[in-house]
Design a protein around this ligand. Structure first.
Ligand SMILES: [Zn+2]
Length: 272
Protein backbone atom coordinates (compact mmCIF):
# COMPACT_ATOMS: atom_id res chain seq x y z
CA UNK A 1 0.00 0.00 0.00
CA UNK A 2 1.33 3.40 -0.80
CA UNK A 3 2.09 5.79 2.03
CA UNK A 4 -0.31 8.51 0.86
CA UNK A 5 -3.21 6.11 1.17
CA UNK A 6 -2.02 5.03 4.62
CA UNK A 7 -1.78 8.66 5.82
CA UNK A 8 -5.26 9.30 4.44
CA UNK A 9 -6.59 6.37 6.45
CA UNK A 10 -4.92 7.58 9.63
CA UNK A 11 -6.47 11.04 9.12
CA UNK A 12 -9.93 9.53 8.59
CA UNK A 13 -9.47 7.43 11.76
CA UNK A 14 -8.41 10.48 13.81
CA UNK A 15 -11.18 12.73 12.42
CA UNK A 16 -13.90 10.15 13.09
CA UNK A 17 -12.56 9.54 16.61
CA UNK A 18 -12.49 13.26 17.42
CA UNK A 19 -15.95 13.84 16.00
CA UNK A 20 -17.83 10.78 17.26
CA UNK A 21 -15.51 8.86 19.64
CA UNK A 22 -16.46 5.40 18.29
CA UNK A 23 -16.24 6.31 14.59
CA UNK A 24 -12.49 5.64 14.25
CA UNK A 25 -12.79 2.13 15.69
CA UNK A 26 -15.84 1.47 13.51
CA UNK A 27 -13.80 2.60 10.48
CA UNK A 28 -11.09 0.05 11.29
CA UNK A 29 -13.70 -2.65 11.83
CA UNK A 30 -15.36 -1.83 8.49
CA UNK A 31 -12.00 -2.10 6.69
CA UNK A 32 -11.38 -5.51 8.29
CA UNK A 33 -14.94 -6.68 7.57
CA UNK A 34 -14.75 -5.66 3.91
CA UNK A 35 -11.33 -7.31 3.54
CA UNK A 36 -12.54 -10.51 5.24
CA UNK A 37 -15.34 -10.76 2.71
CA UNK A 38 -12.89 -10.19 -0.13
CA UNK A 39 -14.39 -6.80 -1.03
CA UNK A 40 -11.70 -4.20 -1.43
CA UNK A 41 -13.76 -1.53 -3.14
CA UNK A 42 -14.28 1.67 -1.16
CA UNK A 43 -18.05 1.42 -1.64
CA UNK A 44 -17.98 -1.92 0.23
CA UNK A 45 -16.02 -0.33 3.09
CA UNK A 46 -18.49 2.56 3.19
CA UNK A 47 -21.48 0.22 3.35
CA UNK A 48 -19.79 -1.83 6.10
CA UNK A 49 -18.98 1.41 7.95
CA UNK A 50 -22.59 2.62 7.87
CA UNK A 51 -23.98 -0.73 9.05
CA UNK A 52 -21.45 -1.14 11.86
CA UNK A 53 -21.69 2.53 12.88
CA UNK A 54 -25.48 2.41 13.20
CA UNK A 55 -25.26 -0.82 15.24
CA UNK A 56 -22.48 0.60 17.44
CA UNK A 57 -24.34 3.87 18.02
CA UNK A 58 -27.50 1.99 19.00
CA UNK A 59 -25.48 -0.28 21.33
CA UNK A 60 -23.66 2.69 22.89
CA UNK A 61 -26.82 3.79 24.69
CA UNK A 62 -27.05 0.35 26.30
CA UNK A 63 -23.36 0.15 27.27
CA UNK A 64 -22.90 3.78 28.38
CA UNK A 65 -24.56 3.25 31.82
CA UNK A 66 -21.56 1.05 32.74
CA UNK A 67 -19.51 4.24 32.27
CA UNK A 68 -22.01 6.27 34.30
CA UNK A 69 -23.62 8.01 31.31
CA UNK A 70 -27.08 8.03 29.80
CA UNK A 71 -28.29 9.52 26.51
CA UNK A 72 -30.58 12.54 26.36
CA UNK A 73 -33.44 11.23 24.22
CA UNK A 74 -33.39 12.10 20.55
CA UNK A 75 -37.01 11.30 19.90
CA UNK A 76 -38.79 14.45 18.79
CA UNK A 77 -42.32 14.27 20.15
CA UNK A 78 -44.01 17.66 20.14
CA UNK A 79 -44.87 17.18 23.83
CA UNK A 80 -41.23 16.79 24.95
CA UNK A 81 -40.11 19.56 27.27
CA UNK A 82 -36.44 18.89 26.55
CA UNK A 83 -35.03 18.23 23.09
CA UNK A 84 -31.61 17.80 21.50
CA UNK A 85 -31.16 20.66 19.01
CA UNK A 86 -30.47 18.38 16.05
CA UNK A 87 -30.43 14.63 15.50
CA UNK A 88 -26.84 15.18 14.29
CA UNK A 89 -25.79 15.40 17.95
CA UNK A 90 -27.23 11.94 18.57
CA UNK A 91 -25.82 10.53 15.35
CA UNK A 92 -22.38 11.69 16.48
CA UNK A 93 -22.85 10.29 20.04
CA UNK A 94 -22.56 13.72 21.62
CA UNK A 95 -25.76 13.55 23.69
CA UNK A 96 -24.49 11.65 26.78
CA UNK A 97 -24.55 12.96 30.34
CA UNK A 98 -24.51 11.57 33.87
CA UNK A 99 -27.90 10.52 35.33
CA UNK A 100 -27.71 13.51 37.72
CA UNK A 101 -27.30 15.92 34.78
CA UNK A 102 -30.23 14.28 32.99
CA UNK A 103 -32.35 14.74 36.14
CA UNK A 104 -31.34 18.37 36.37
CA UNK A 105 -32.04 19.34 32.77
CA UNK A 106 -35.32 17.38 32.76
CA UNK A 107 -36.51 19.19 35.91
CA UNK A 108 -35.39 22.56 34.50
CA UNK A 109 -37.33 21.92 31.29
CA UNK A 110 -40.48 20.87 33.17
CA UNK A 111 -40.37 24.00 35.34
CA UNK A 112 -39.68 26.37 32.40
CA UNK A 113 -42.60 24.79 30.54
CA UNK A 114 -44.82 25.07 33.61
CA UNK A 115 -44.06 28.78 33.91
CA UNK A 116 -44.21 29.39 30.14
CA UNK A 117 -46.43 26.68 28.60
CA UNK A 118 -45.34 25.46 25.19
CA UNK A 119 -41.62 25.94 25.85
CA UNK A 120 -39.08 23.29 24.94
CA UNK A 121 -35.62 23.51 26.47
CA UNK A 122 -33.11 22.79 23.72
CA UNK A 123 -29.76 21.16 24.50
CA UNK A 124 -26.57 21.10 22.43
CA UNK A 125 -23.31 19.21 23.09
CA UNK A 126 -23.18 16.90 26.08
CA UNK A 127 -20.40 14.34 26.29
CA UNK A 128 -19.39 11.13 24.54
CA UNK A 129 -20.72 7.83 25.92
CA UNK A 130 -17.45 6.32 27.15
CA UNK A 131 -14.29 7.00 29.15
CA UNK A 132 -13.71 9.89 31.54
CA UNK A 133 -11.02 12.22 30.26
CA UNK A 134 -11.94 11.85 26.57
CA UNK A 135 -12.87 15.42 25.58
CA UNK A 136 -15.67 16.33 23.23
CA UNK A 137 -13.82 18.86 21.09
CA UNK A 138 -13.82 21.80 20.87
CA UNK A 139 -15.11 21.74 24.46
CA UNK A 140 -12.10 20.57 26.47
CA UNK A 141 -14.11 20.21 29.69
CA UNK A 142 -16.91 18.05 28.29
CA UNK A 143 -15.01 14.89 29.16
CA UNK A 144 -16.75 13.35 32.18
CA UNK A 145 -20.49 13.40 31.56
CA UNK A 146 -21.02 16.24 34.04
CA UNK A 147 -21.18 19.06 31.44
CA UNK A 148 -23.97 20.12 29.11
CA UNK A 149 -24.64 23.10 26.86
CA UNK A 150 -28.13 24.59 26.64
CA UNK A 151 -29.36 26.86 23.84
CA UNK A 152 -30.83 30.25 24.61
CA UNK A 153 -34.57 30.73 24.23
CA UNK A 154 -35.20 33.04 21.25
CA UNK A 155 -37.82 35.50 20.02
CA UNK A 156 -38.37 36.88 16.54
CA UNK A 157 -38.22 40.52 15.45
CA UNK A 158 -41.85 41.01 16.56
CA UNK A 159 -40.88 39.94 20.06
CA UNK A 160 -42.75 36.62 19.83
CA UNK A 161 -41.13 33.53 21.37
CA UNK A 162 -40.21 30.88 18.80
CA UNK A 163 -40.16 27.41 20.33
CA UNK A 164 -37.13 25.19 19.56
CA UNK A 165 -35.57 27.86 17.36
CA UNK A 166 -31.87 28.65 17.46
CA UNK A 167 -30.17 31.41 15.50
CA UNK A 168 -27.41 29.13 14.26
CA UNK A 169 -28.29 25.87 12.43
CA UNK A 170 -26.14 23.95 14.95
CA UNK A 171 -27.00 26.07 17.98
CA UNK A 172 -23.47 27.49 18.37
CA UNK A 173 -21.50 30.51 17.12
CA UNK A 174 -24.37 33.05 16.77
CA UNK A 175 -22.97 35.51 19.30
CA UNK A 176 -24.88 38.21 21.19
CA UNK A 177 -22.53 41.18 20.85
CA UNK A 178 -21.89 43.34 23.88
CA UNK A 179 -22.54 47.09 23.73
CA UNK A 180 -19.65 49.54 24.32
CA UNK A 181 -20.55 50.23 27.98
CA UNK A 182 -21.03 46.55 28.91
CA UNK A 183 -18.74 44.50 31.13
CA UNK A 184 -16.28 42.87 28.69
CA UNK A 185 -13.39 41.20 30.53
CA UNK A 186 -11.71 39.96 27.34
CA UNK A 187 -11.90 43.19 25.38
CA UNK A 188 -8.61 44.15 23.76
CA UNK A 189 -6.89 40.80 24.45
CA UNK A 190 -5.12 39.14 21.55
CA UNK A 191 -4.63 35.58 22.83
CA UNK A 192 -3.12 33.17 20.37
CA UNK A 193 -3.79 30.01 22.38
CA UNK A 194 -7.53 30.40 22.81
CA UNK A 195 -10.82 28.82 21.80
CA UNK A 196 -12.51 32.21 22.16
CA UNK A 197 -13.30 32.66 18.47
CA UNK A 198 -15.29 35.68 17.33
CA UNK A 199 -16.13 34.37 13.84
CA UNK A 200 -17.15 37.85 12.70
CA UNK A 201 -17.47 36.70 9.06
CA UNK A 202 -20.17 34.22 10.10
CA UNK A 203 -22.41 36.58 12.06
CA UNK A 204 -24.28 38.28 9.16
CA UNK A 205 -25.51 34.84 8.00
CA UNK A 206 -27.63 34.21 11.10
CA UNK A 207 -31.26 35.35 11.47
CA UNK A 208 -31.83 38.41 13.64
CA UNK A 209 -33.62 36.61 16.46
CA UNK A 210 -32.77 37.84 19.91
CA UNK A 211 -32.70 36.22 23.32
CA UNK A 212 -36.17 35.82 24.86
CA UNK A 213 -35.31 37.44 28.17
CA UNK A 214 -38.10 36.10 30.38
CA UNK A 215 -37.48 32.41 29.73
CA UNK A 216 -33.70 32.72 29.63
CA UNK A 217 -33.62 34.72 32.88
CA UNK A 218 -36.03 32.26 34.53
CA UNK A 219 -33.83 29.33 33.49
CA UNK A 220 -30.67 31.01 34.82
CA UNK A 221 -32.35 31.87 38.09
CA UNK A 222 -33.71 28.32 38.41
CA UNK A 223 -30.25 26.89 37.82
CA UNK A 224 -28.66 29.14 40.45
CA UNK A 225 -31.31 28.29 43.05
CA UNK A 226 -33.24 25.03 42.50
CA UNK A 227 -30.42 23.61 40.40
CA UNK A 228 -27.85 24.16 43.14
CA UNK A 229 -30.10 23.15 46.05
CA UNK A 230 -31.81 20.07 44.63
CA UNK A 231 -29.76 18.83 41.68
CA UNK A 232 -26.08 19.35 42.55
CA UNK A 233 -25.47 22.09 40.02
CA UNK A 234 -21.88 23.33 40.32
CA UNK A 235 -21.50 26.14 37.76
CA UNK A 236 -23.21 27.98 34.94
CA UNK A 237 -21.07 29.78 32.37
CA UNK A 238 -22.45 32.80 30.49
CA UNK A 239 -20.80 36.05 29.39
CA UNK A 240 -21.00 38.82 32.04
CA UNK A 241 -22.81 41.24 29.70
CA UNK A 242 -25.69 38.77 29.32
CA UNK A 243 -25.75 37.88 33.02
CA UNK A 244 -26.07 41.61 33.77
CA UNK A 245 -28.65 42.26 31.05
CA UNK A 246 -30.76 39.37 32.37
CA UNK A 247 -30.43 40.63 35.94
CA UNK A 248 -28.79 37.51 37.34
CA UNK A 249 -26.58 37.56 40.42
CA UNK A 250 -26.51 33.92 41.59
CA UNK A 251 -23.11 32.71 42.88
CA UNK A 252 -23.18 29.68 40.58
CA UNK A 253 -23.32 31.92 37.49
CA UNK A 254 -19.71 32.54 36.51
CA UNK A 255 -17.47 33.77 33.74
CA UNK A 256 -15.49 31.02 32.02
CA UNK A 257 -12.27 33.01 31.43
CA UNK A 258 -10.85 34.52 28.27
CA UNK A 259 -9.17 31.44 26.82
CA UNK A 260 -12.35 29.35 26.83
CA UNK A 261 -15.02 29.65 24.15
CA UNK A 262 -17.42 32.60 24.18
CA UNK A 263 -20.60 31.95 26.13
CA UNK A 264 -22.89 34.50 24.55
CA UNK A 265 -24.21 31.96 22.06
CA UNK A 266 -25.20 29.28 24.60
CA UNK A 267 -25.26 28.46 28.33
CA UNK A 268 -22.85 25.90 29.78
CA UNK A 269 -23.83 24.01 32.91
CA UNK A 270 -22.01 21.45 35.03
CA UNK A 271 -22.93 19.31 38.01
CA UNK A 272 -20.74 18.10 40.89
ZN1 LIG B 1 -20.04 23.62 27.50
Amino acid sequence: MNWKRRIGQVLVFVALTILTQIGGIVYLASKLAAAAMGMRRSSATLLAFILIYVAATASASMVAPIFGRVPISCTTRASDTVAVQSSIYCLLNRNYVTPSMLNLVSALAVDVNQKFPGTTTVVLDGNFPFWDGFPLLPHLSHSDGRKLDIAFYYKDTNGDFINRATRSPVGYFAFEQASPGDEQPCKGRRDILTTRWDLDWLQPLFPTYSIEEKRTAFALEWLATEGVRRFGLDKVFIEPHLRNALGQTGDAIRFQGCRAARHDDHIHIQVH
